[in-house]
Design a protein around this ligand. Structure first.
Ligand code: SAJ
Length: 450
């Protein structure tokens, strides 16, 4: 199938979806399976485009909260839209999702403890959709998967559960999600997308739907596998670039070179350099996970992704590196980490969001405790995991502090916030504080790579 970029006006796909957008006859609906940080904005977007949107999830507690329009993991704009839309409903009952015109699967694709892909959520979602789709339905998988997962794992389940055949009876495509949690500029409506499908008709159907849903360019891929590979490559690219600066950080810390200023200098080159920032680790549900999907996929094809794995191992050692920076700073003052009280500031994996999945901060906390330190945690975005309710509570009586998340709130901290509490060593795990101000205050400041 040829690969071509689709501009909005170029595709006139004869489609069962032709009567989209609404006002839709009651039979036309879009079921989003999995209403987490990816699926919920998509369901809200569909409703805002006048589709009849049904958010389905197996988590009944989540469905009950969403039915009350209670969702704290979407932007304020999306929350406002959710409250306003009356053509969106939420359910965990399969009886509510029969014969939809389109099913969009947005379930998690994590890795297991041994870093192998866990496709159980995808398989389960495929079984649920397969049992309820009908002739002419469109099924799109947005979950991030390695090449081959849509056609070799999800599709056989969809066909066996429905008794229908893809392309001839129902339409099947992959449009990998590109949600960037916390980003208000690039959101589900505006982020460009790629789409791969099982055949020409499926591709046309999927493009017709996403053209109605999005206000963003669509890139049609030659196949589903290439569409799956796009997302994997995007995120592995980010992981290896972060690993590059993290390795440089560990080297330059020994040489007393400020890597942040080196990166700033390299960024003056107007081409062929993309800055990344060293830090205390790589968290979230995408960047530390997706490379393993590629690594395992390579293994299945008899190829060893040594470079991807080395990058993963480099990033995975950064939480312990941050603790070593602290131990070293204490030793220089003839003090020990064991028995010290450490204020760990930040638990989320990324700034200004509440998500703490795969967060390096939790690794740092574990390592500090393993080394015999007393740990007090504070993250205004993650109150449930914080042992202290305020910054002052966390700092009062602490000997040292570690910044593990560059929340805007923490970026604004000054040396006085710490010195007045008696804290005299700061490990800035996100290189987000004003290094010069801290050094001039007499506080021992250590960044990661500076
Ligand atoms: N991180 C660094 N140094 C960097 C950038 C990030 O240490 O230079 C760390 C962050 O602190 C965090 C982790 O890596 O712990 C992941 O950060 P992220 O900014 O990549 O955030 P994610 O996980 O939300 O990544 C998403 C991804 N989006 C999708 O998968 C659709 C990713 O592709 C985006 O590049 C990223 O957002 C983004 O650009 O913000």
């Amino acid at each position: 199938m040829k690969s071509y970029a689709i501009e909005r006006e170029l595709v006139h796909a004869p489609s069962v979806l032709d009567d989209f957008p609404s006002p839709l006859p009651s039979t036309s609906s879009i079921v989003v399976v999995g209403v987490g940080y990816v699926g919920l904005p998509l369901a809200i977007l569909a409703a805002s485009k006048k589709y009849r949107a049904i958010g389905f999830d197996i988590d009944e507690a989540k469905i009950s909260r969403l039915t009350k329009r209670d969702a704290n993991y979407i932007t304020d704009e999306e929350q406002e839209l959710l409250r306003k839309q009356d053509n969106i409903s939420f359910t965990s009952r399969e009886d509510d999702i029969w014969h939809a015109s389109a099913y969009i699967i947005c379930v998690p694709t994590p890795v297991k403890a041994d870093h192998t892909p866990d496709l159980e959520p995808l398989k389960n979602a495929s079984r649920i959709v397969g049992r309820h789709l009908s002739r002419g339905s469109l099924v799109v998988i947005e979950s991030t998967v390695n090449p081959g997962a849509c056609e070799d794992v999800a599709l056989p389940i969809l066909e066996s559960e429905s008794g229908l055949e893809a392309e001839s009876d129902f339409y099947f495509a992959h449009c990998p999600e590109r949600v960037n949690p916390g980003d208000v500029k690039w959101n589900v409506r505006t982020i460009p997308r790629v789409i791969g499908a099982i055949g020409e008709e499926s591709l046309a159907q999927a493009i017709a739907l996403y053209q109605n849903l999005l206000d963003a360019p669509l890139q049609a891929m030659p196949s589903i596998k290439e569409a799956e590979a796009v997302k994997m490559v995007e995120n592995a690219f980010r992981d290896i670039n972060i690993a590059f600066v993290n390795e440089l950080a560990m080297s330059f810390d020994r040489a007393g070179i400020d890597l942040l200023s080196v990166i700033e200098g390299a960024s003056s080159k107007p081409f062929a350099f993309m800055p990344h920032i060293p830090g205390c680790g790589v968290g979230g549900h995408c960047i530390p996970v997706d490379p393993y999907y590629l690594i395992r996929y390579g293994e299945k094809n008899g190829f060893e992704h040594r470079f991807l794995l080395t990058a993963r191992l480099t990033n995975q050692k950064m939480p312990k590196y941050a603790v070593r920076r602290l131990s070293h700073a204490l030793r220089q003052k003839k003090r020990l980490l064991r028995g010290s009280t450490v204020a760990l500031l930040g638990l989320a994996y990324k700034k200004d969001i509440p998500d703490h999945r795969e967060s390096p901060a939790l690794e740092i906390e574990k390592e500090l405790r393993a080394k015999g330190a007393r740990v007090r945690t504070f993250d205004p975005f993650v109150p449930k995991l914080s042992s202290e309710g305020t910054l002052e509570d966390a700092l009062q009586g602490a000997d040292v502090a570690v910044i593990a998340t560059d929340h805007t709130f923490f970026r604004a901290l000054t040396p006085e916030n710490f010195t007045r509490a008696g804290v005299d060593i700061i490990i800035d795990g996100r290189n987000c504080l004003d290094k010069k101000a801290f050094q001039e205050s007499g506080v021992t400041y250590r960044g990661i790579g500076r």
